[in-house]
Design a protein around this ligand. Structure first.
Ligand SMILES: Nc1nc2c(ncn2[C@@H]2O[C@H](COP(=O)(O)OP(=O)(O)OP(=O)(O)O)[C@@H](O)[C@H]2O)c(=O)[nH]1
Ligand SMILES: [Mg+2]
Length: 367
């Protein structure tokens, strides 16, 4: 049996992993390859899974724990994609607060499943909004030093770093980010991309096509700091049904939910890592996001539809007490629904702090 190309792309919450993976999937499909995608989260109801499926991609989901702590589920999910479509390429998106993925995911695939996976270089996407604040001395990052530790460790294990969002960075800002990354990780190659416009994707595809000594940068990691850093984030996945007598603009509702939440989290001085909401109606779907306290809410995938009903999923990762987060998400979404003449029926609300990571396997030596 031929081996399957395994491409994992890491990076902090809201860095652009899903956007990059969707663009890469389209690229490989245009080349005639069959692509499967694996998404991952600490809980069920993932915006990313729904958004990628709505774009027509074949997606398997590992929900309930990260790839490293749920390694067998990752293998089962890849196995199901294989039975369904025999993909040539599997693109995997780990949870954006995870690190140590080389030792706990890449190396177990290499060492325990020899020959089954053809492992691509491991790329980590740098999120400029938090990257500048975390890597620059004397800046207030919005996150604690323990969360900043995770951000840095993610970059440290990368075979290459992707400086994303160059469509909106000034050249001197991109240069500053490159210099900050190079100062800490001088031997790590860097690429610059825009996941949104696909600028720089020829270089990305070329880099990913390489065969060789990749996925071997095993971290020296303090799991106590890692666990405490992750647990500082409030995590929320929720779903609701929205119904109205008169048609409303779905995109306006999605942006209003994010806008109201952004305002209240600002008042509470709680740093947002990523807020995302998807609205699915019978005709279309839309996604709205917020990637930091200093950013503006944006409609990343417009539905451009008016509808009387939609299912909404909210995923929020914010440095705040998860109970407060749940309360504010509910009241923001309820108010946004009322403002467009709709009624919300809540289906699920899961809110928690991520538990301590306990990897299924950890390979201390790379092969
Ligand atoms: N302008 C611009 N926006 C981008 C780019 N890449 C991603 N975004 C936006 O950034 C937000 C987050 O992107 P995602 O791809 O969802 O990020 P992610 O890393 O998958 O986020 P998590 O799964 O929550 O960790 C979305 O609003 C995207 O549209 C880019 O290159 N340029
Ligand atoms: Mg994502």
């Amino acid at each position: 049996m031929k081996s399957m190309r395994f491409i994992m792309l890491g990076g902090f919450l809201g860095a652009g992993k899903t956007t990059t993976i969707a663009a890469l999937a389209r690229h490989y499909q245009r080349q005639g390859q069959i692509v499967g995608i694996v998404t991952n989260d600490q809980a069920t109801d993932l915006v990313d899974t729904h958004a990628l499926r709505a774009q027509g991609h074949l997606v398997g989901e590992v929900a309930g724990a990260c790839f490293c702590c749920n390694f067998n589920d990752l293998l089962d999910t890849i196995g199901k994609l294989q039975s369904a479509a025999q993909p040539d390429v599997v693109l995997a998106e780990p949870v954006g607060s995870c690190t140590d993925l080389v030792a706990t995911v890449v190396q177990p695939l290499v060492q325990l499943h020899q020959g089954k996976f053809d492992i691509a270089p491991y790329g980590v996407i740098l999120k400029p909004s938090h990257g500048l604040r975390i890597l620059k001395p004397n800046e207030r990052s919005g996150f604690s030093p323990k969360a900043a530790y995770i951000f840095r460790k993610q970059l440290e294990e990368a075979d290459f770093v992707l400086i994303n969002r160059i469509d909106e960075l000034r050249p001197e800002e991109a240069d500053e980010l490159s210099a900050l990354v190079a100062a800490e990780f001088p031997s790590t190659p860097q690429l610059r991309i825009s996941a949104k416009t696909e600028q720089g994707f020829d270089g990305l595809v070329e880099f990913l096509n390489q065969r060789g000594e990749f996925g071997r940068r095993i971290l020296d990691l303090d799991y106590d700091i890692y666990a405490e850093g992750e647990a500082e984030l409030g995590w929320l996945n929720a779903s609701l049904a929205v119904q109205a007598d008169q048609p409303f603009a779905l995109d306006d509702l999605l942006l209003d939910i994010i806008g109201r939440l952004s305002a209240v989290l600002g008042d509470l001085e709680a740093e947002t890592a990523h807020l995302k909401v998807i609205g699915l109606s019978e005709q279309s779907f839309g996604v709205a996001n917020l990637v930091s306290s200093l950013s503006q809410p944006e409609l990343s995938l417009p539905s451009s539809c008016r509808t009387v009903g939609a299912n909404i999923i909210v995923n929020a990762r914010v440095a705040i007490d998860p109970e407060v987060l749940a309360r504010e998400v509910r009241s923001s979404a309820d108010a946004a629904c009322r403002a467009c003449g709709a009624e919300a029926t809540w289906k699920t609300v899961q809110s928690f702090r991520p538990g301590r990571p306990v990897p299924t396997h950890r390979m201390a030596v790379g092969m």
